[in-house]
Ligand binder design. Structure first.
Ligand code: GCU
Length: 438
């Protein structure tokens, strides 16, 4: 059964519910009667777990105790209960540059395309990294890295981009028999203002998320799960990695590559993601402290939004509609968010003291903008313990009024999407933290 709704979030909460209802009616009787809560007065009362309280009691006394004990306790809780356990860097991984165009985009950029072979063996899964680096900027350059939904060829009409040969959801324009065609080129370009990024002196790197793990539930046979999981005897362990864990792992492998590329400043890599891929960028940034800045765009449930609010999408709905995204244990918390030993403010806290930006969209109620803001707010005590300012407000800002401390936040007008407005704010935030601009 195909469980991917593609980037269905772009259609807005109610449309998703409708799609989800149609797709999953057969195996989820309650799906037809369930309605998301969009009423703030009906948010259940809840108590958030304290990121600064050690397991077994007692407060985290200082930055040292956070770094040496509490941080790893929380990473472990997220591994065990939410995203699952990923392997490390695989032995035998190889990088092969198959395209190097120094005068791409009318001479504005150097385009590189690199294949990362996960095991280096002929049957290995592989992912292609597409990069545009600004020719006018001094090297090495800071780079934004993000996964994309429709294939690298979708981010720009540039005919030099390799057309993906991977499985792609047939919901996307131009895809035939789950494969890309020439008609797919540039179809997602509104989300990738490449020239604007280059103008501001940043590089852009992107990878099709389906290269790492195709977004449908096949029992974890394809993608990197199939290649790296130990041979199974019976059931997968309840803390085995899901798709979000795999996508995040793939971002770390891209960072392994950047460390070998002299044009990229691997110490100034900004990981960004939209929607399910925003959940992914947060988890990648939490696990891999090499990412200098982490950005979540409209990531919602299982991303920046507090699970305990159960506003819009809930743990139960996300597990029913996307059973392959999280680990098996996460299903225990269906309709029991209050029993989770973590909430998503703790995921944001794991990024401390590195800068993190959470962004919401006004019409994206499915992702619970207020819950995303509150998670950023409640991560702040950890930032302050580590000597940085956290979020510089306790009040949810008005639309299009970004706030930028070490934690940044904005809610913009409009729907669930990654827009140029979002990008410009992320570049302002990166300028502030990586280039010392006010
Ligand atoms: C669905 C899903 C969200 C997800 C979104 C997306 O709407 O319910 O959790 O963020 O798809 O990734 O587009």
């Amino acid at each position: 059964m195909l469980t991917s709704l593609g980037d269905a979030g772009a259609l807005g909460g109610l449309a998703i519910l409708f799609l989800a209802g149609v797709t999953f009616l057969a195996d989820s009787a309650s799906a037809s009667s369930w309605r998301p809560n969009y009423d703030e007065s009906k948010v259940p009362s809840y108590t958030l777990p304290d990121p600064l309280e050690m397991k077994g009691g007692g407060n985290v006394a200082d930055a040292e105790a956070w770094r040496t004990r509490r941080r790893s306790e929380i990473v472990e809780l997220f591994r065990k209960h939410v995203y699952g356990r990923a392997p490390g860097k695989p032995e035998g991984m190889t990088f092969k540059t198959f395209d190097l165009e120094p005068k791409a985009l009318d001479g504005k950029a150097t385009r590189k395309q690199v294949t990362v072979s996960v095991t280096g063996k002929p049957d290995s899964p592989s992912m292609d990294i597409l990069m545009y680096l600004p020719n006018r900027a001094k090297k090495p350059v800071p780079v934004f890295v993000l996964l994309n939904f429709q294939g690298n060829h979708s981010i720009h009409p540039d005919p030099g981009i390799k057309l993906s040969t991977s499985w792609i959801s047939k919901n996307y324009e131009g895809v035939v028999n789950n494969r890309a065609t020439e008609a797919c080129r540039g179809k997602a370009q509104s989300r990738f203002p490449v020239e604007k990024i280059l103008e501001r002196g940043y590089g852009l790197a992107t990878i099709y998320y389906g290269d790492i793990d195709p977004d449908f539930h096949d029992g974890f046979k394809n993608g990197v799960h199939g290649a790296l999981d130990k041979p199974r005897q019976g059931e997968r362990p309840p803390d085995a990695w899901g798709a979000i864990g795999a996508w995040a792992w793939g971002l770390s492998r891209a960072l392994d590559y950047f460390e070998t590329d002299r044009d990229v400043d691997a110490k100034r890599v900004i990981v960004l993601g939209h929607s399910r891929l925003g959940k992914t960028s947060l988890w990648a940034g939490a696990c891999d402290e090499r990412f200098a800045i982490v950005i979540s765009n409209d990531s919602g449930c299982g991303g920046a939004a507090l699970s305990r609010r159960a506003f819009g999408e809930t743990v139960e709905r996300i597990n029913a509609n996307f059973p392959h995204w999280f680990c098996g244990n996460f299903k225990k918390y269906n309709d029991r968010e209050g029993d989770l030993p973590v909430d998503q403010h703790m995921l944001i806290a794991l990024i401390a003291p590195r800068p993190v930006y959470v962004a919401s969209a006004e019409e994206d109620r499915w992702a619970d903008p207020h819950g995303e803001f509150l998670a950023a707010l409640h991560a702040s005590p950890v930032y302050r313990l580590l000597g940085t300012e956290g979020l510089p407000t306790t009040q949810m800002p008005q639309v299009n009024q970004p706030v930028m401390g070490t934690i940044g936040y904005h809610i913009r007008t409009g729907r669930h999407d990654l827009t140029e407005y979002d990008w410009q704010r992320y570049m302002d935030f990166a300028d502030k933290h990586l280039r010392g601009k006010p």
